[in-house]
Write a new protein. Structure first.
Length: 332
């Protein structure tokens, strides 16, 4: 469904207000539906990694169930409150659904921003541009509050850019455009291939980098370039990636058990060690990268990096050209 259309049709139901502080006084940055007073609820830890495009209803319902009638908060750097009516309709038992727009580093220091995140039982990081999250929220109370939320055993999740910042290693997208597979394979040190790390601490997502819109935007090549750069940076000797297709999500419980829901697949990718060629200006060679494709209804444990479901195969980048061990040679 169109989040914008949903928001327009329910405008009269929403509480739209400016957060305290002179810098934000003229802007509507907080939108809430449901009860105006915060609830206190017992939560169950869990994380949703969503691949972008159309949202997956089952993923939001899973998060809501872990909030047991609490408050659901969407955080984003830009956009609208279109999630509010959507989540409220999916999860009528919630106390409230709210959207908080934090558009700058200055906005991220407003005391009520941290308090709003602290009071939520679920935090959802919307899609958009992860470079905004990395540049505007890093080192601010927003980053602290997100980490405190996760450490408290409260559920969280994100889609697209929101997924990207939940893994330990982050494709930060600091260039003026996102990198494509062809660019990354031709030169893994392309100026658009930028990285950050440790934006939040999700125990089950340590050692991994995320990617989104995976098969639809042909991102296998760039994801393998991410692994090459993680190894070259000295961040991991056996780098891993969790790549999620559009209209698909991975639901991960506290023990790392991940279940795929939605319309397509998630890909759990692990390099065998060091790349053969990963140097500035040279095409990438990285052989025998292990891939497990896990479809809807199937499971994979991200903490142990083990699973019996799905399809396993290898992908090789040879002088910037991908090949696969699958019959027919598809890398997906």
């Amino acid at each position: 469904m169109s989040r914008l259309l949903a928001a327009l049709t329910t405008t009269l139901l929403a509480c739209a207000c400016a957060l305290p502080g002179p810098a934000l006084a003229a802007k509507k940055t907080y939108f809430r539906v449901g009860n105006t007073a915060d609830a206190t609820a017992t939560t169950t830890a869990g994380t949703v990694l969503m691949g972008g495009s159309t949202d997956v209803d089952a993923a939001f319902q899973w998060l809501c169930a872990r909030a047991t009638g609490g408050d659901f908060l969407v955080v984003r750097a830009a956009g609208t409150d279109a999630y509010n009516p959507y989540v409220q309709e999916l999860c009528p038992g919630l106390n409230s659904v709210a959207t908080l727009i934090i558009s700058s580093a200055k906005a991220a220091t407003v005391p009520s921003v941290r308090e709003t995140i602290a009071n939520a039982e679920v935090v959802w990081i919307a899609g958009g541009d992860q470079s905004n999250y990395i540049t505007e929220w890093t080192g601010t109370p927003v980053q602290d509050a997100l980490n405190e939320h996760i450490a408290a055993g409260k559920p969280s999740g994100g889609t697209s850019a929101g997924l990207a910042v939940l893994t330990q290693f982050v494709y930060s997208a600091l260039g003026s455009q996102g990198i494509t597979s062809s660019e990354a394979l031709a030169d893994p040190y392309n100026r658009y291939n930028t990285f950050a790390r440790d934006f939040v601490y999700e125990a089950n997502l340590q050692g991994a980098i995320g990617d989104t819109h995976f098969a639809a935007r042909d991102r296998m090549g760039r994801t393998i370039s991410f692994l090459c750069r993680i190894h070259a940076n000295g961040w991991s000797v056996q780098p891993r990636a969790i790549a999620v297709s559009e209209e698909t999500a991975v639901l991960i419980d506290a023990r790392g058990n991940g279940r795929v829901v939605g319309s397509n697949s998630a890909y759990f990718i692990e390099a065998p060690g060091a790349p053969e060629v990963c140097s500035p200006g040279l095409p990438l060679t990285y052989r025998n990268v292990a891939v497990r494709r896990v479809g809807a209804g199937e499971s994979f444990n991200v903490a142990d990096w083990r699973g019996n479901a799905g399809t396993t195969y290898t992908v090789t980048a040879e002088a910037g050209v991908l090949s696969s061990s699958q019959p027919g040679g598809s890398v997906y």
